[in-house]
Every structure is written in structure tokens, then in C-alpha cells.
Design a protein. Structure first.
Length: 127
């Protein structure tokens, strides 16, 4: 469960003060999956795409055209932050990576989504 994980968040993140309540923010399945992938570690775009492919055994392919608009929405909702790599490494041909990190608010929203999913499972089992 998400509640037991320790989020890796930006120490300057003030999003919980900006957004009133994590229960008021809705996220899509893909947004939830991306937030889950960012718990505990910041990642860059192509690393996220590769993780989806690896985790699914090649059954889930995430395109750049889907990934970046979704990451932009998460950033607009203040659920993630991004930063550009200071200097490009030699193995990337001069390109700088953009890293994404879950915020405290993102972690709270993810935990709320997990609690809701567990409630659905428990409710279904009780009926």
C-alpha cells in the first residue's frame, strides 16, 4: 500500500499549502500509475517509458505523445515537479534530461486513490 512508503519529495515543495484537500483532486488511471512510478525516486521521461515496458513485460507501451501531456497535467495539478538536469552527460549527445518528482500533495492524492480502491474491494467483498 502507498501509505507505508516514504515519498521522495522536493523539500521546498509547498503544494499542500496551495491545494486545500487531496480528496478534491481527481486523477486518471495513467496519472495514478505515473505517480506510483515516481514514489521514492525522481525519473526522466524515457526512463518512465522504459519502466512501463519492462514492468508490463512489453505489453504496455507508453508513447512520448501520451507521456508528456500527462506529466504536464500532473504538474499543473501540483502533483509532481520537474527540473532540468544541470549538465548533459556525454552518453546523451548533449541533451539534458528533465526529471520528474512526486510532491507531498501528489503522494497524498495517490494514497487517497489507493484507499478508495481498497474500499471498493472491501465493499464488493461484503455484498
Amino acid at each position: 500500500m502507498v501509505d507505508k512508503l516514504t515519498p521522495s519529495v522536493d523539500p521546498t515543495d509547498s503544494s499542500p499549502l496551495i491545494r486545500p484537500d487531496s480528496e478534491d483532486i481527481t486523477i486518471s488511471k495513467l496519472e495514478e500509475e505515473l505517480l506510483s512510478l515516481l514514489v521514492g525516486q525522481e525519473r526522466y521521461g524515457l526512463e518512465i517509458i522504459q519502466a512501463f515496458k519492462d514492468i508490463s513485460g512489453g505489453k504496455r507501451n507508453l508513447s512520448v505523445g501520451t507521456l508528456y501531456p500527462t506529466l504536464n497535467r500532473l504538474e499543473e495539478k501540483q502533483l509532481i515537479t520537474s527540473r532540468m538536469e544541470d549538465r548533459p552527460s556525454d552518453d546523451k549527445g548533449g541533451a539534458r534530461r528533465k526529471y520528474f518528482r512526486i510532491t507531498r500533495l501528489g503522494f497524498r492524492v495517490l494514497a487517497e486513490a489507493d484507499r478508495f480502491r481498497q474500499s471498493l474491494i472491501q465493499w464488493q467483498a461484503a455484498t
